[in-house]
Write a protein of this length. Structure first.
Length: 347
């Protein structure tokens, strides 16, 4: 559906370098990366707002690299909504159709259908300043969708919203995509957002696309330490791996752990904090690492608790608030930390 081939764009202080990407027809593709990674620039190149220095952009087997934005059948939604403050909701949604000089009978039907799709019908006569942030973002989405784009580009569409509104709009975006089937590229710096929405995820760092995979692959099997850190792996240790009877024993300094890997020699060990179980007594189980230690730090996060446990190396562990209270844990408590060998990812 969308093919980006060897795409490069160089600014004085930043550049995108040799981006190769394929997005399937009807896919919801998330691009995840920190601020300054080049996410917005990549979207703007696909939309035709800039011309690449090198490479090509294809949509539906057509090379559109030299097409102006209005000929690309691409809808673009920025994080700041960019609504016209003097136009009401219906007039904002209608604006692009007026520019294309679409007949009124067709325009009215498109607006009715799109407003209904996004649940905006009851707000049609309201001005943007009277709307909540979530409602304004839905109007911006409607204005893009009403033009029947083949591709929808979303630039950090939820970043300016409060947490509850973000959660609600994530669900609405997912529902909208399932109903409309529009091929969508959504850029974000929020790994939770990318994992919840993306059929696949691409990781962008310093202008380079460094990993593409489904959410589980990105979340559980990062290929690079940067990716691991960015998706919330807080336990990353250098170590030395030695294979023994189908498992690897890895020395991470004062601590030996077992992992399911065929890698030997110098490695990096990644363990997600929520994959570690805490208990007051040892858990006897095959294929499970068991380390004894003491709690050195406690951070209450509401429904979960984040702890640091000294087992010879400092482990970060996340458990439910209920488990924390049931075990009556405090700083200095002696505890057993356990995790499966299959939960240890080795890079």
């Amino acid at each position: 559906m969308i093919k980006v081939k060897n795409l490069s764009k160089r600014w004085r202080e930043f550049s995108l370098e040799n981006i190769n990407l394929e997005v399937r027809h009807g896919e919801y593709f998330a691009i995840l990366g920190p601020t300054g990674a080049g996410k917005t620039l990549l979207l703007e190149l696909i939309a035709g707002f800039h011309r690449p220095d090198e490479g090509e952009i294809w949509i539906n087997d057509k090379n559109i690299t030299d097409f102006p934005p209005e000929q690309r059948k691409v809808g673009f939604v920025y994080q700041d909504y960019s609504l016209f403050p003097h136009l009401n909701v219906e007039e904002n949604v209608k604006f692009g159709l007026r520019l294309k000089k679409i007949p009124k009978s067709e325009t009215d039907e498109k607006i009715r259908r799109t407003m209904h799709l996004l649940g905006l019908t009851h707000l049609s006569k309201r001005l943007p300043k009277t709307l909540s942030g979530g409602e304004q973002q839905k109007v911006a989405l409607a204005r893009a969708i009403v033009l029947d784009p083949e591709v929808l580009l979303l630039d950090e569409p939820l970043s300016a919203l409060d947490t509850q509104t973000q959660e609600r709009l994530r669900k609405e975006l997912k529902d909208l995509h399932e109903r409309s089937g529009i091929t969508t590229i959504h850029v974000t710096h929020d790994h939770v957002e990318a994992i919840l929405l993306g059929d696949r995820i691409g990781i962008l760092s310093n202008g380079k696309l460094i990993q593409v995979g489904d959410p589980d692959e990105i979340f559980r099997k990062p290929k690079w330490e940067f990716v691991a850190k960015f998706v919330g792996v807080e336990n990353i240790f250098p170590g030395k791996s030695e294979l023994k009877k189908g498992l690897a024993t890895i020395d991470i300094g004062n601590v030996l752990i077992e992992a399911v890997t065929q890698k030997e020699g110098k490695v990096k060990v990644c363990i997600r904090p929520e994959d570690i179980l805490l208990s007051k007594r040892p858990i006897k189980s095959s294929g499970r690492n068991m380390l004894q230690g003491k709690i050195t730090d406690i951070s209450d996060r509401g429904t979960t608790v984040k702890l640091k446990v000294d087992v010879g190396r400092e482990l970060v562990v996340i458990i439910t608030k209920r488990s924390f209270l049931d075990m009556k844990l405090r700083i200095g408590s002696e505890i057993y930390a356990s995790f499966k060998a299959s939960s240890v990812h080795v890079i």
